[in-house]
Design a protein around this ligand. Sequence first.
Ligand SMILES: O=C(O)C(=O)[C@H](O)CO
Ligand SMILES: [Mg+2]
Length: 255
Amino acid sequence: MPRFAANLTMMFNEWAFLDRFDAAAEAGFTAVEFLFPYDHEPEAVAERLRRNLLDLALFNLPPGDWTAGDRGLAALPERRREFEASLDKALPYIQATGLRRVHLMAGLADPAAAASAEAYRSAVRQAAAFLAPHGVELVIEPINGRDMPGYFLNDVDAAARLIRDLALPNLRLQFDMYHCQIIHGDVTTRLRALMPLIGHVQVASVPSRHEPDREELNYPFLFAELDRQGYGGFVGCEYRPAGKTLDGLGWFRGR
Ligand SMILES: O=C(O)C(=O)[C@H](O)CO
Ligand SMILES: [Mg+2]
């Protein structure tokens, strides 16, 4: 069975952010992930991990001004300096928590625009080079255009082509099965084909983005397929609980 990481941005919202670490550990998780730690001091986050003996699977590099609508900066040539500053902002969090994998969000931009595509390639290269000496892997994630209209990286196959083309030792794919199913379908075939590129997996039901025990994807089969493919990474539980978080953990208990 894969190793599950509770996504503390979406799950355990009944608790304040830092208390979600304690709640997730209490519920039986041994790993967590979240979108952004930047509203808290690096040491406060690290202390919650240590206190609960939790591994940290992933967080995202700063995405710009999220409340103002930014969804990353990498494909935005006019925001390059902010993008570079975002790497420096993330570093103390990476160092304090011992994180081994970060997600770079692309931003809202037209994937067909040459300037955006060039900015994105160059930003991916720069972020990977920045992270490599720290032993950190960079992951990029295709996100479906219904949840995030106008998002630059909206195609799993395009992301895989870019990763193969850049051939950077610490650049991998964040394979979110929820997005893959909405964008393309054919999740198992893509999972098998892309396994050598995959650095992180995330799951949720489709279409409601709830617990991975309902609706159109057969997660027991997909979890077993991850094992069959020899996936040794984390599976991020990036879903919004349909009710209370603990009430929806039946799929996880006993694993
Ligand atoms: O939305 C997702 O699926 C993600 O994993 C991003 O990190 C944030 O939007
Ligand atoms: Mg995701």
